[in-house]
Design a protein around this ligand. Structure first.
Ligand code: CA
Length: 233
């Protein structure tokens, strides 16, 4: 089996150790650095499968690192999970909009962290998943991307074009948190401008039409929305 390489960028020694210990325990190859500059160098040199990135770093901070890595063709596809304090909502939103895949708030349980790492490693990245699929099947929902049809338990539900696009975006990368801006961005270019608040309205409409399956759309308070992943055995 492939041994995943994880780059840990964290300046607090105790958290570094905690991360390294738990990642190595599940057989990942771990590299640790406490500096943003070093992280950028390491990422392009050793091409890790995933980066755990603390946001509050001395010098080049995590957001800056994220921005740099996502701007480079060599490193932009490496999934990044940010490590943040719960109170850093604005940073979380900024990081997601810069292309980070996910975030975990400190203090975290190793079990939760590992689950998020595994999910990020498993998730197809946006660049490769965009054109390949014609059908998204998740939970009891089937989304036919060519015919723009959605069925839940075999029953068709009728969505507006915008609702369809929102659902498609979220189900293409289940488990990933999308900020309102990212959702607006993805459905933009339609016949009317979509604003932050109208994203909320779209979600309300979508949930209603989806009935119980609407609960798969989770609200992440202060951050955005996420489509619940299927349980992995
Ligand atoms: Ca820190």
């Amino acid at each position: 089996m492939k041994k995943f390489k994880v780059l840990v960028v964290e300046d607090e020694a105790t958290i570094q150790e905690l991360l390294q210990f738990n990642l190595e325990r599940v057989n990942y190859k771990v590299k640790v650095t406490d500096s943003g500059e070093e992280a950028i160098k390491q990422a392009s040199k050793s091409n890790p499968d995933l980066i755990l990135l603390d946001i509050m770093l001395p010098g080049t901070d995590g957001l800056e690192v994220c921005k740099t890595l996502k701007a480079s063709s060599k490193t932009k596809n490496i999934p990044i999970i940010m490590l943040t304090a719960l109170c850093e909502e604005a940073d979380i939103v900024a990081g997601l909009e810069l292309g980070a895949d996910d975030y975990v708030t400190k203090p975290f349980s190793p079990r939760v962290l590992l689950a998020r790492v595994k999910a990020a490693l498993r998730r197809p990245n946006a660049a490769t998943s965009e054109n390949s699929e014609e059908l998204i099947t998740i939970h009891n929902i089937i989304i036919d991307l060519t015919r723009h049809r959605v069925t839940i338990d075999g029953n068709e539900i009728i969505l507006t074009h915008t609702e369809f696009k929102v659902l498609k975006l979220m189900t293409t990368q289940p488990g990933r948190v999308f900020t309102r801006y990212q959702i607006v961005d993805a459905v933009h270019g339609e016949d009317y401008p979509v604003t932050d608040r109208s994203v909320d309205v779209q979600i309300v409409g979508l949930r209603k039409k989806m009935g119980e399956a609407g609960n798969y759309i989770e609200t992440i308070r202060g951050i955005g929305y996420r489509f619940k992943e299927e349980d992995v055995i």
